[in-house]
Design a protein around this ligand. Sequence first.
Ligand code: KG4
Ligand code: ZN
Length: 335
Amino acid sequence: MSDKINILAIESSCDETSAAIISNGHVLSNVIATQSVHERFGGVVPELASRVHMQNIAPVVDAAIADSGIIKNEITAVAFTQAPGLIGSLIVGACFAKGFAQARNIPLIAVHHMQAHVLAHFIEANPPFPFLCLTVSGGHTQIVLCKDYLDMEVIGETIDDAAGEAFDKVAKMLGLPYPGGPLVDKNAKLGDPLAFKFPVSEMKGYDFSFSGIKTSILYFLQAQKKLDPDFIEKNVINICASAQYTIVKMLMTKLEKAAKDTGIKHIGIAGGVSANSGLRKAIQEAGVKNGWQVYIPKFEYCTDNAAMIGITGYYKFLSGQLADLSTSPSARATW
Ligand code: KG4
Ligand code: ZN
């Protein structure tokens, strides 16, 4: 047995099957199998996602253990994503984690995926509390006030689409393949962010709304295509740059307001959209302007990964928050 706390972590909430080994809070391995089967459907097909998780889970866990340099009987506990996510996908990870925990007679830890996105910051940095995190993913957009590792409060969120969804929908309208967010980002780097003006939504407090920009871009493209059928082909970089500029502006306006009102100066971004170059640049600039200490996770810890589940599992293990074997996954869950 090892004298270290070694957590085997499993993430399977959407279309990445991932496993990691975290030893005393340090990542020893983080294996991610991305499912390419969804590309031709233009979005994640839940039934297919579950089946591919089923195929991938055992080899991905084996690879994570092999890469880590530890052996199976040195694993102290198993952490898994319990919520939120696609229920069929979550069930695959949960059942595997439970089977592993029961077979080896070790503790099980249930992890909330959104809390894990925030705690991804603690893999490599150690922001002091209170810490403010903008979590932007394919399913969520939240401003989270972190008082401690496991004491977090969502102070603002989207009332409709998530920021990642907005990126993906813009990409789809432009005929770009799924997942479109990274391709909008790539095109945006070459375009003019002020070429087209899209409306910015005005929401109360720290809440967001991204359905308006999606609709306005749709109507804009329909009108322009009537005038010139090749409008998209000719303007794709400028449309991407302008859409990204508007989405990032909406995110940053609320983040700056939350930082100002709370007086917090340690600010981070997390989740898949925190891989966006426009958002990364905008938060750096806001940091210089406002005297913030800015935290941006490495790319592999921004999008879905098991390392973030493992670091969360580690803190839950330290605080004695274990799950029993009757714990079941949930597609939606607040925290
Ligand atoms: O956190 P994540 O990997 O999965 C969820 O929990 O949803 O986030 C995925 C989202 C997708 O909408 C994807 O298009 C978006 O993050 N995304 C990006 C970029 N990389 C990933 N959006 C904009 N720019 C990027 N570079
Ligand atoms: Zn995620």
